[in-house]
Design a protein around this ligand. Structure first.
Ligand SMILES: NC(=O)c1ccc[n+]([C@@H]2O[C@H](COP(=O)([O-])OP(=O)(O)OC[C@H]3O[C@@H](n4cnc5c(N)ncnc54)[C@H](O)[C@@H]3O)[C@@H](O)[C@H]2O)c1
Length: 264
């Protein structure tokens, strides 16, 4: 469809071929966009990021999204690559060490929670502020971050990630006012179905959750590719008046009356 013909964007969070960000990167390029990919040095060393960037023939810039210095360099180098401003950004970053170490929500390690909030939510503010200060995005540009329904409803097992996602969605609204009124830049979150990825698999009972959500959702679970298709419409000019929204992309799960989940 060439929905993104002539557009240029920055994609965070491609770890491997299961990553939602990988589906978005591939789809954006198929739709005619030029992209730059970024991830942490550790992810680049241990994951498939380098190989996948090579497949799309796009630059890969290492950066930790919690570091202002790294983000500053990332945005400058992305602008250098594109020869100026660009049009869209995907924030696809999240992790909770409390989840990985099996600390339940009522016995949380607060230093790990600081990390969860920094990586999964504050990184979005840091990225937006860096883009804004460097005036890196074109008018009517579009920024999308990925979230989960546990930000809005209690979902057992999602732990401190639920708080991080609630903060991510709040940042979307509050930065959306400033970036929208001053630069016509749109900021939205997409609330995706549970998806079998590396980040997703850290959650205890994820397999049961996937199965259950698939049964409860009238359309079934949305896949990573479905998510990518939706995100690319949000990067496109077809959705230019949509901003500061949390957009459910979950096969109808969020508005279906549901019994308690299998993991409590
Ligand atoms: N998988 C799901 O069920 C699901 C559902 C809804 C929303 N999401 C969200 O989708 C996004 C992508 O996750 P995914 O499921 O594709 O898993 P994933 O593990 O493939 O992606 C998570 C990415 O975050 C990156 N990351 C971690 N710390 C970082 C840091 N300090 N700086 C920069 N990058 C960092 C990782 O390297 C990885 O690439 C996350 O925000 C996640 O919460 C996932």
């Amino acid at each position: 469809m060439e929905l993104l013909k002539g557009k240029k964007g920055l994609i965070t969070g491609v770890l491997n071929d299961k990553s939602i960000a990988w589906a978005v990167a591939r789809t954006a390029v198929n739709e005619g966009a030029g992209i730059v990919m970024t991830n942490t040095p550790v992810a680049v060393r241990l994951g498939q990021t380098k190989e996948l960037a090579r497949q799309l023939d796009c630059p890969l810039i290492e950066a930790d999204a919690t570091s202002i210095d790294d983000l500053d360099r990332l945005v400058s180098e992305t602008m250098d690559h594109f020869g100026g401003k660009f049009d869209f950004v995907l924030h696809s970053i999240g992790t909770s060490v409390n989840i990985r170490k099996h600390h339940p929500y009522n016995d949380i390690d607060y230093s790990l929670m600081d990390k969860t909030l920094d990586i999964s939510a504050l990184s979005f503010h840091k990225l937006l502020q860096t883009l804004y200060k460097k005036d890196a995005l074109n008018e009517w540009g579009s920024v999308v971050a990925l979230t989960y329904i546990a930000a809005d409803r209690a979902v057992s097992g999602y732990n401190d990630m639920a708080d991080a996602k609630a903060l991510l969605q709040s940042i979307t609204r509050n930065f959306g006012v400033i970036y929208g009124s001053e630069k016509h830049v749109r900021i939205n979150t997409v609330s995706q179905s549970p998806t079998a990825t590396t980040a997703g698999s850290g959650i205890d009972g994820m397999d049961k959750m996937l199965e259950w959500a698939d049964k409860v959702s009238p359309l079934g679970n949305a896949s990573a590719q479905d998510c990518a298709n939706y995100v690319c419409t949000l990067f496109s000019d077809l959705t230019r008046m949509v901003t500061m929204q949390n957009l459910y992309h979950d096969g109808g799960f969020s508005t279906t009356a549901v019994p308690p989940s299998p993991i409590g």
